[in-house]
Write a protein that binds this ligand. Structure first.
Ligand code: 1HN
Length: 356
């Protein structure tokens, strides 16, 4: 049977010829791409992904036999989203990686305009120095490195110390606003005793005649786990639980009340044993680090939802606008971070809290 002529074929062919004619002039027709440029709702290429610590840890330890922290500069395994290959991205805007340092090693001093946050995953007794002051690491501590501050890491521990690095690398790359330099010596001079910043700014009090030293970034750069954990335990004990989040608090910049860094917000939440959270979605995709407990993170909708059975020290990514539901088998504590401050500053942030 002869194919019936397609009445649209001449028009399509003529349009293709037209597109070919304008391409060398660096022109393209908006009408072919309008629908993908302004989608009805976020259509992220970012995928949900779960890194089990048990599976990852041996490889992180092996890296310690292959390269020193000094040679690597930062011995980090990138948590690379498989849907964003080769871009060192956990989400479109965020870098996440697990850094490991061995006893006696030094990761040399440098600074960059990218902001960093650290969340300690395993081991204690390593330290990071930020702007002339050291912070000794213990599991669950939250530490920030403000934009353009010198920072180096070292370890007096008796075993490996591992932490999650969160940086706004992809966001800053997108904006083409990155600068970096090396100090030239391994370690910066230490000018203040440990805990000085916490005494100045970390007790709901602040100095009288002093601007906050890091502008929009929190003047506190170490938030010890014991204090944050205790606050959540009290909220949970008092029954102050949210049906979606359990007991969830944000690490704040006490000088502004906002997020600890201008580009990344970080959170710690407690889910009581048996917690069966309601589903929600938010435009800020997030990276989670499991501190305590086992549970399930279901990401997506209906039969296409992915179910991550998480355990302590696991990490997972929740992409923008994908529905998340958290369930706790044991009492769970979860750390997470996202680009929410950027979305709030640009009036883009949205959330939807669903009933079931
Ligand atoms: C960096 O400087 C650190 O200072 C960690 O510990 C991770 C990932 C990409 C680029 C720079 C650090 C990093 C990083």
């Amino acid at each position: 049977m002869a194919a019936r002529p397609d009445p649209h074929a001449p028009v399509a062919a003529e349009r293709e010829a037209y597109y070919a004619a304008i391409r060398p002039l660096h022109l393209s027709p908006l009408w072919e791409q309008l629908h993908t440029l302004v989608p009805p709702q976020p259509a992220t290429p970012c995928a949900p992904v779960h890194w089990r610590y048990d599976a990852l840890r041996p490889h992180l330890m092996r890296a310690g036999t292959l390269i020193t922290a000094a040679e690597a500069v930062r011995r980090v395994l990138v948590l690379e989203n498989p849907a964003l290959p080769g871009r060192a991205c956990a989400t479109q805007s965020l870098f996440a990686g697990l850094q490991m340092i061995l006893p006696g090693e030094v990761a040399p001093a440098h600074r960059h305009t990218q902001s960093a946050l650290r969340f300690i995953v395993e081991g204690r007794g390593a330290y990071t120095a930020v702007n002339g002051e050291r912070a000794t690491m213990a599991p669950g501590d939250f530490i920030i490195t403000p934009s353009w501050t010198w920072h180096d890491h070292g370890s007096d521990a008796d075993g490996p110390v591992v932490w999650l690095d969160g940086l706004d690398i992809p966001l800053v790359r997108f904006l083409d606003a990155g600068f970096a330099e090396n100090l030239g010596s391994d370690q910066q001079p230490i000018s203040r005793p440990e805990g000085h910043n916490l005494a100045r700014y970390g007790s709901n009090m602040a100095p009288l005649r002093e601007a906050s030293p890091h502008g929009a970034t929190s003047p506190i750069f170490s938030y010890p786990y014991a204090r944050s954990r205790d606050a959540l335990a009290r909220l949970a004990r008092d029954g102050a639980l949210d049906a979606w989040d359990g007991a969830k608090l944000q690490y704040i910049n006490p000088a502004s009340g906002g997020a600890a860094t201008p580009t990344m917000a970080a959170f710690l939440q407690l889910l009581p044993a048996g917690f069966d959270g309601r589903p929600y979605r938010q435009t800020d995709g997030a990276v989670f680090s499991v501190v305590e407990g086992r549970g399930v993170a279901s990401i997506g909708e209906g039969t296409s939802a992915q179910r991550f059975e998480f355990a302590p020290r696991d990490h997972f990514v929740v992409p923008s606008w994908q529905t998340l539901r958290l369930q706790a088998r044991d009492e769970c504590v979860l750390f997470s971070f996202s680009d929410r401050p950027v979305q709030l500053a640009t009036a883009l942030w949205r959330e939807q809290r669903l009933q079931a």
